[in-house]
Ligand binder design. Sequence first.
Ligand SMILES: [Zn+2]
Length: 421
Amino acid sequence: MQITFLGGCQAVGGSGIFVSAGETRILADYGIYMNRRNEPRFPLPPPEEVDAAFMTHAHLDHSGAFPQLYSTTDDFPLYLTSPTYDFVNLLYDDMLRLERFPFGKEEKRKALKNSVPVNYGQQISLNHDCKITFLNAGHIPGSYSLLIEAEGKRLLYTSDFNTTRTQLLEGANFDNLKLDALILESTYALETHPSRAATEKQFIRTVHETLDNGGIVLIPAFAVARSQEILCLLYKNYRDYPITLDGMARGASRVISQYPDFVRDYELVLKSLSSCRWVKNDSDRVKAVFTQGIIVSPAGMMKGGPVDHYMKILAEEPDNAVLLVSFQIPGTPGRTLLETGQYFMEGKMSKVNAQVKIFNFSSHSDRPQLFHTIESLKNNSETTVFLVHGEKKVCTTFRDEVEEEFKLKTFCPKNGEAFII
Ligand SMILES: [Zn+2]
């Protein structure tokens, strides 16, 4: 079995893995990188023709380059879950609107036309010499990890995964898997997340304090998964204040509400979604900023989306709170707000008087979870580990630690590098 790493090596973004085994050629993920100017870059094209492609989840650093691939050919299936299909349908439309991407409606149509829906636990055979199993990755609804079995070898590509149970999802579990090779995401390989329960408690306390003091709470959140995670948490700790939902989080919520098999507690999801006010027009937005309550709206890093509109009115008042609920990439308005207390409004950077806080609701495994994942494999001394989807320093430091701790062959591949297992 040969593994070629096309992208996502020693960096976060542009994931792409090409696996060649016997007669079968597989492409797992094909995402974009976003550089500082927000221009997309693509991983290398696959070295040979593809028999089957796999989209582990909808995030664009894993999914955004597939339409580009279908611009030259359209004769291979693209395996994804139904929620992933619906999410990328939304996200691709968003990309097309931005017009920064070298594909059009036709390529999008071709990619989606070739899609084949799959479920967790399902197994498929390719060319009679390769078996693929889809495992819950616990990252966002519909995300899967990929177990590939061919030529007597077993390879797990975790893609983005989270072993922690969240409000929205059941955690991933790879305990006792017997593997010849493990391709492991390393985004937070050097960090330990605070306990989920403690984070939730602090978050809810801040929300309630703000409301009790007469303020409005603005929660900039990713449209897919994070918004709904927060809504579930707010619903469980409900106080008699309206919760407003805006932006693409509405479309993503509609998707999630259709798939009971891809969330942990479907009833909680439905109740939390039906308990909030869905913004229909501008007058609903005006109402939201003049009514004491909570507003959940993209963008998660405050770059685009209706959150900008809300900031203009809510930023000035010290009783209000802006609660960030995801990692803020340097250079984004959210990160700048966090570091400087300023936000770009009415043509200039202006001081924000509302309180600003950040909470760690990560959907990626952290260092103890990654160690546990390796440790809990069956006969792990026979497993070769490849670290991807992490900054260079993070990957190389973690590689040394894994080698030291488990005495395993561990690699931080470079883009374009190939290995035989
Ligand atoms: Zn992801």
